[in-house]
Design a protein around this ligand. Structure first.
Ligand code: ADP
Length: 547
């Protein structure tokens, strides 16, 4: 009897990493589920599809969605898992409906198999299960597996919760809450049952004098498998060595609490979730108190004025002093609130704005290794292929985040990226050109306009988009693989515009492999819609780095 096809479609799959050393990558595959197997193949235009994997259905022990709290580095964002033999296959569907169809169909076909009693609702990643923190990949699951139901159960029962902030009722149906008081939750079917969102956190005094606790709100499944919204508390501990360090999760030590918090805002590192959003009492957190800001030596100067080293609440920061005639102040103050909400480990974080001081200043995360173009030039001849690809990957990650936040950079270039103490590259100065008052900079006809990094539609009609950022990213990749050389070194802006319109492009850098050069050329397609998105670039670069 021939097998009958049940479902087919394109999805992404993560490499199964059957050996510890095998690479982690995400590939687009065409999946076919029939009454016998789950098969996936590679489809290339003009070529025969090539079968890359086949799992006999009777080998499958569990199929379930994955509840994840980490960003997903491929285009499709709805993961589910197929546990077969001793391997976990993670598949990413384009939307929730599609995922639901696949999980339902696979469960239906495998319901009479010998199935697991318990499964892991979150990913296996970096040597541990994100749900229960067990470090053995084949460790028994932490959540009861339901071979017919879909997703996670909604029954919740009664739970204790702690108020993270005072709440004054807005209507008759509201309950007043007092910070730090415990409440019993009897119905959480409405997921926004309190004002918090995943990763909302605060640092508070704990009951013990002199000890601080970090309380964080999460909806991630707990170790007993329950998926209830709850508040988790972590005590900030101190080492007993001579030089005191603070930590939440053992391995990550910091000399100050703000540094510790800042780290965990970007990395869960043992916590149930990273600390995503501070819960503030007044919402005016973007204003930096000038009393708390200590200014130090000069780091450099930019288009807005001097950049100084500084300290703010015991963290090292970079402070941009804004010369008055350089920036449209009022507009910027509004936008700063938006920019502060952008938070990603590959973006240089804006901590706040100090408007009570003249000149106004902006307080940023400190980047020990300065700007990327200088960094490249200083290491000329000593940069490995891995390092160069890693830099492009870092920038594409930061930009994919901006793209997904619908935020346009407008001035992406190596000079606007900075390098951290651990040599990570982060994107800086996003959106700032909108506040420059210097005409020489803002008009594409003028000398300071970054013509050599600009897409044709920007030069012609000032039409900025994430796709014009993609063009600039291509030039940035070119700068990386030319070790910080300036693009079109001996040509004027006018000459560059002319050669672009006759279809010429920057030449392949000597150090760039063909695969990377192809990506650059893709970024420099005349029509914005023909260029890849940052999400796709990130995916492509990630798969190159795994080769
Ligand atoms: P602008 O945006 O005003 O043109 P830049 O961002 O180019 O200013 O900054 C000028 C110089 O100051 C940079 O080349 C770099 O050396 C230094 N700098 C800027 N921001 C930081 C930072 N966050 N950490 C460390 N150094 C910085």
């Amino acid at each position: 009897m021939f097998p009958r096809v049940i479902l087919k479609g394109t999805m992404f799959k993560k490499s199964q990493q059957k050996k510890r050393t095998s690479p982690c990558n995400y590939k687009e595959r065409f999946f076919v589920l029939d009454t016998q197997d789950l098969k996936y193949s590679e489809r290339r235009p003009g070529k025969k599809p090539m079968v890359k994997g086949c799992i006999e259905l009777h080998r499958i022990k569990c199929v379930e969605i994955v509840c994840s709290d980490v960003p997903i580095p491929c285009n499709y964002k709805y993961p589910f898992q197929v546990f077969h033999d001793n391997h976990y296959l993670y598949i990413f569907a384009p939307d929730n409906d599609c995922r639901q169809r696949w999980v339902r169909a696979l469960k239906e076909e495998t319901k009479s198999n010998s199935l697991v009693a318990k499964y892991h609702p979150n990913f296996w990643m970096d040597g541990k299960w994100r749900c229960c923190l067990q470090t053995e990949k084949l460790a028994t699951g932490c959540h009861v597996y339901d071979p017919v139901g879909y997703g996670l159960p909604h029954d919740v029962g009664q739970r204790m919760v702690i108020a993270l902030q005072d709440y004054t009722p807005l209507g008759d149906d509201d309950l007043p809450l007092l910070k730090d008081q415990e409440y019993i939750l009897i119905n959480s079917s409405h997921t926004d049952w309190w004002t918090g969102k995943e990763g909302a956190f605060m640092v508070r005094d704990s009951r013990q004098a002199g000890v601080y606790t970090v309380s964080v709100f999460t909806k991630a499944p707990g170790s007993n498998g329950e998926k209830n919204p709850r508040v988790k508390h972590y005590q900030i501990r101190q080492t007993e060595t001579e030089e005191i360090s603070f930590y939440l999760a053992e391995k990550y030590l910091f000399s100050t609490i703000p540094e510790l918090i800042h780290y965990h805002q970007h990395n869960a590192a043992g916590l149930i979730t990273r600390l995503r959003r501070p819960v503030s009492k007044d919402g005016g957190q973007w204003e930096v108190d000038p009393e708390e800001l200590i200014l130090g030596q000069e780091l450099g100067s930019g288009q807005f004025g001097l950049v100084l080293e500084g300290r703010w609440k015991d963290i090292k920061v970079a402070v941009k002093m804004i010369r008055e005639e350089c920036m449209s102040d009022e507009e910027f103050k509004e936008e700063a609130k938006v920019m502060m909400k952008l938070s990603h480990c590959k973006l240089v974080q804006l901590y706040g704005v100090c408007t009570q001081r003249s000149p106004m200043c902006l307080v940023f995360e400190f980047m020990e290794n300065g700007c990327l173009s200088e960094y490249l030039r200083a290491r000329k001849g000593r940069l490995s292929q891995d390092m160069m690809l890693g830099m492009c990957l870092d920038v594409s990650e930061g930009m994919a985040y901006l793209e997904s936040s619908n935020f346009i950079h407008r001035d992406l270039a190596a000079r606007n990226c900075l390098v951290s103490k651990n040599n990570e590259v982060k994107v800086s100065d996003f959106g700032m050109t909108r506040f420059v008052l210097d005409d020489q900079y803002t008009s594409s006809q003028c000398s300071k306009f970054p013509v050599k990094w600009s897409a044709p539609e920007v030069i012609k009609y000032c039409k900025f988009s994430s796709k014009s950022d993609v063009w600039s990213f291509g030039v940035l990749m070119w700068e990386v693989y030319n070790e910080g050389r300036l693009p079109y070194e001996n040509r004027t802006n006018a000459e560059v515009v002319e050669s672009l319109s006759s279809g010429l492009r920057l030449l392949k850098p000597r150090l760039a492999p063909d695969s990377v050069h192809l990506l650059m050329e893709w970024c420099w397609k005349e029509k914005p819609e023909d260029r890849p998105s940052f999400a796709l670039l990130l995916h492509e670069l990630a798969s190159l780095s795994d080769l």
